[in-house]
Ligand binder design. Structure first.
Ligand code: ADP
Length: 384
């Protein structure tokens, strides 16, 4: 199949920042793209060839969009999987496959998959309704503390809550959920794996994710992680085993906990480019976005080594600001060494909304982390 400057049409479900960055590569390779997103102001809109506004969860919308493409991929997991299943039956290639998305979309099913495949993850119980979880507590079958997670539609930590007392249960959504053992971790790590249809498979260096304490969102990504080689190797092996268990095609970002006992356990996976790989645009020989395109098209995978060390800072809406976005002090951070801002193009800001990110590259990781902190305290996402 010829993809380059041809009639081939790549469809992308979701037109957010991940889609926009995937399009850096399709522009570079001159691959024709169509994007479906509910917002007519989606960040991807300008860079794709064809844009369709529509509901990603609606069967007919996704099916009709997919029918006009040769290969469909996603930049968000919450899409209508039945439509993807139907498209596969009609001969449209869908990567990641609908069955993989079905497993990943529901955290209870995803966790059960790890257990069935002998992959390490924290023990959990599944509840179809919050009342079942309450009963488990009152009957002594579930005790504090634990981590409540909504089975579906959580993102950026908003479907997750640490439950330490009875009071923390108040106001939890009623739907299907899991209660997971609270893991006292030293570190949160992530490994991005790329795999193509021919079975070629590669991992990116293990990264360390530092979280914002209140927003439960990644604040800094540090690449490579500041951990011993033996632990990094263990994390890479688990990530590889996970991608193989899914028979995955495309990128699989594997989020991991490094426990107090130096065990590595899987938190969750994302079957797409991931926030923990944004720095690869500047720090790696092959960006995660180019790699995803290579993997789904069954092209040879690119070199995943770092050209240099990198730190990524998320640019999120400042607290107390809502409305038309203004980026203050961008010029100041451009003066700093090795700094590249990425502005996603969302018109409206609100507290903690992901509006952009900044990559800092430097051969000295300690220095890169310092500059990242300076970036964070200089640039502000506010409103006019
Ligand atoms: P999301 O799908 O919204 O990203 P995650 O399952 O990754 O949610 O959880 C968000 C964050 O909550 C994690 O990055 C971690 O900091 C914390 N967390 C999740 N599960 C556990 C756990 N079992 N023990 C301790 N902390 C957890």
């Amino acid at each position: 199949m010829n993809y380059f400057s041809s009639n081939f049409k790549l469809g992308i479900l979701g037109g957010g920042q991940l889609g926009k960055m995937l399009l850096y590569t399709t522009r570079k390779f001159d691959i024709h793209t169509s994007v479906l997103d509910p917002s007519d102001e989606a960040p991807s809109r300008l860079a794709c060839d064809h844009f369709v506004q529509g509901d990603l969860m609606d069967f007919d919308t996704v099916f009709n969009f997919g029918k006009h493409t040769d290969l469909l991929t996603i930049e968000i997991e919450n899409v209508n999987v039945d439509a993807l299943d139907a498209l596969e039956k009609e001969g449209v290639k869908v990567y990641p496959e609908s069955k993989t998305l079905r497993t990943i979309q529901n955290k209870a099913i995803q966790k059960q998959f790890y257990i069935n495949n002998n992959l390490p993850t924290a023990p959990f119980s599944r509840f179809l309704h919050i009342s079942e979880l309450n009963t488990a507590i009152s009957e002594g079958n579930l005790s504090f503390p634990f981590v409540w997670k909504s089975a579906q539609f959580g993102y950026d930590g908003n479907g997750v809550k640490i439950i330490r007392t009875e009071k923390d249960l108040q106001g939890l959504p009623k739907g299907e959920c899991i209660a997971e053992e609270l893991v006292p971790f030293k570190n949160e790590l992530a490994v991005i794996v790329a795999r193509n249809l021919s079975g070629e498979i590669k991992t990116y260096p293990v990264v360390e994710m530092e979280f914002h304490p209140e927003a439960n969102q990644v604040e800094y990504v540090i690449c490579p992680a500041r951990i011993p080689d033996a632990i990094a190797k263990k994390a890479e092996l688990i990530a590889l085993k996970t991608a193989k268990a899914f028979n995955h095609i495309g990128l699989l970002a594997v989020e991991l906990f490094l426990t107090e006992d130096d065990d590595i356990i899987i938190n969750e996976v994302a079957p797409r480019p991931h926030n923990s790989g944004h720095q690869t645009i500047e720090s790696s020989y092959t960006s995660q976005f180019e790699q995803h395109i290579r993997a789904i098209l069954n092209l040879p995978l690119g070199n995943t080594n770092n050209k240099t060390n990198g730190v990524m800072v998320n640019l999120v809406g400042s607290e107390g600001y809502k409305g038309n976005v203004v980026y203050s002090n961008i010029k100041e951070i451009l003066k700093m060494p090795g700094v590249t801002p990425h502005i996603y193009g969302k018109k409206q800001t609100r507290p903690f909304r992901k509006m952009g990110h900044v990559t800092i590259i430097n051969k000295d990781l300690v220095e890169a982390r310092k500059i990242a902190e300076a970036v964070k305290s200089t640039v502000k996402v506010i409103s006019s």
